[in-house]
Structures are given as C-alpha cells and as structure tokens.
Ligand binder design. Structure first.
Ligand code: AMP
Length: 281
C-alpha cells in the first residue's frame, strides 16, 4: 500500500496505473475509519484494479467550528485497517494541498431543494463545502468509479447531481449502510458517545424499522410524530424525522411512491449529532 500526501505524487503514481489500463476505484473519507468505510474499500477492490482511499477532514463542510476541532484524526490506525483490506493507495493531504488557492472559492453548481432540505436546512453551507471537496478530489484522482455510502443519503443524491452537471464519466456506486449488532449505523462520531448514551443509541434504528413496518397502519404525519416522540422519550433531541421521495427528497403523503420512499433521521444524542436512514419502498 502506498501513501501520498501531495497531489503531484499521487497523480504521478495514478498516471502509471492508468497507462497500464488499470481501473481506478475511489473512496473519499474523513478518516477515523470503521467497518462501514471498509465495506466501500472492499467493493472498490472487487470492481476495480486499484483502490484509492482519501483521508481528509474537509474544513469547508463544517458549519460548526468545534465539530471540526473535535473530529477524530487517527491516520496511523486508519492505515493499519486499510492494509488489512489490501487497499492500494492512501491519499492523506494537508488543507493547503487540497486548496492551494484558498478555501473560499465554491462551485458554480445548482442543487436547489436537494441541498436546502433536511441536513441542508440545519447545517447551512455544509453541502456546498462537501461538493467543493468531492469535486476537487475527483479532479485530482480522476477515478473510473466512485464509492459512497447510503449512510449519507442526501450527500449521495447531491454528488449524483454534481457528477451529472459536470458531465464526469464516473460510475457512482451506492453502498449499503453497515450497522453495529444492535442496529446503530457505524459512524466515526460513535466513538464520542458516552457509555450511558450508547445504550439508547439503537432507538434510531428502531424508529426507522417502525416506520418501515408501520404495523399500526399510521399515516405519514402520524409516523413522523411517533418517530419524534419515541426519540424524545428515550432522551434524544431529534432534529428531524422525515419521510420523503427517494429521488427528489420532497415530503411524501404515502409510504408508496413510484420513485421510492426513504425515511431519514437526524438527532442529537447528548453532544453527538447522529444521522441515519432507511429505504422504505
Ligand atoms: P465520512 O468519513 O463520514 O465522510 O464517510 C466516508 C464515506 O463512508 C461516505 O461515503 C459515507 O457515506 C460512508 N459511510 C460512513 N458510514 C458508513 C456506514 N455505516 N456504512 C456504509 N458506508 C458508510
């Protein structure tokens, strides 16, 4: 496994691989890797000749400075994990390397409602920053395929729109959510959950399952109310429980829709902000 911290070094290496006809699969991450990330690497390894994992905590997508400061940085442990998956290349650049001309220049792309709803409503600027870094990383890595998780459902939809708007010849692959045994979606933030809160954390999954099964035959507004109150009663501070069209992310009034329906949750558990989702139909 090779590790690069400069754009020039990485590009030179990938150019050789590309010239040899190798297919390049790319997994962008912010590090603090867990089995969720590793499942993306596994898929990239299965489908491509060379897997590239970037590890970069991108300042432009953090609306909250203390969240950025508290974000775990564990490059050594991450490298060990990536080795166990026989990952080929790590790209772990500095902020200067990614943004040599400064961080202020955004992208001239329009995401409309896709970026303003859900996470966009409570984290202003988050998706502009995310799209900015993914676009920059795609310019650097120039992969054939890009692997991203359903865990960040809205992020995936925005990257899909970005790739279409920029007409990039890239296969975007959505990878399933990997969960702990009790249902909690794996996340780098989970390591910040104190032990007493960790016991309640699977409630997010239970709420999503409850919405999907809808055993009581509730309406969509009733399901949302039930979800919010279940979380509140368990000690969460929910930010939203939404049931939306799987493509447009617009609220739906029924659990059936030709485009598909997805339920999404964002919530505080103590000081940790958690998100999760489930495809309902
Ligand atoms: P992050 O490091 O949080 O930016 O995540 C990097 C990539 O890993 C994103 O495409 C995420 O959607 C994906 N990811 C994060 N957690 C999971 C998970 N539990 N299961 C599958 N993919 C995940």
């Amino acid at each position: 496994m090779k590790t690069f911290d400069t754009v020039q070094g990485l590009k030179a290496h990938l150019e050789i691989e590309r010239k040899a006809g190798k297919k390049i699969g790319f997994v962008p991450t912010m590090g603090a890797l867990h089995n969720g990330h590793l499942s993306l690497i596994k898929k990239a390894k299965q489908e491509c000749d060379v897997s590239v994992c970037s590890i970069f905590v991108n300042p432009t997508q953090f609306d909250d400075k203390s969240d950025l400061e508290k974000y775990p940085r564990t490059l050594e442990a991450d490298s060990k994990l990536l080795k166990t998956e026989s990952n080929d290349v790590i790209f772990a650049p500095t902020v200067k390397e990614v943004y040599p001309q400064g961080m202020s220049k955004g992208l001239d792309l329009k995401f409309g409602y896709l970026a303003n709803c859900l996470e966009g409503a409570s984290r202003p600027g988050h998706f502009d920053g995310m799209a900015q870094v993914v676009s920059r990383l795609l310019d650097i890595v120039e992969p054939d395929a890009l692997y991203m998780g359903q865990k960040d459902y809205q992020q995936f939809a925005i990257v899909q729109s970005m790739i279409a708007q920029q007409r990039r010849p890239i296969d975007l692959v959505r990878c399933a959510i990997i969960r702990e045994e009790d249902g909690l979606a794996m996340s780098s933030r989970n390591r910040r959950i104190p032990a007493e809160d960790r016991l309640r954390a699977p409630m997010i999954y239970r709420v999503l399952e409850g919405i999907k099964r809808n055993r009581m035959g509730l309406t969509v507004p009733e399901l949302r109310y039930w979800g919010l109150s279940s979380l509140e009663m368990t000690g969460f501070k929910p930010i939203y429980v939404e049931i939306v069209n799987a493509k447009t992310l617009a609220p739906v009034s029924h659990l059936e829709d030709p485009d598909g329906v997805v339920a999404l949750v964002a919530t505080w558990l103590g000081e940790v902000r958690l998100i999760d989702n489930m495809i309902i139909s």
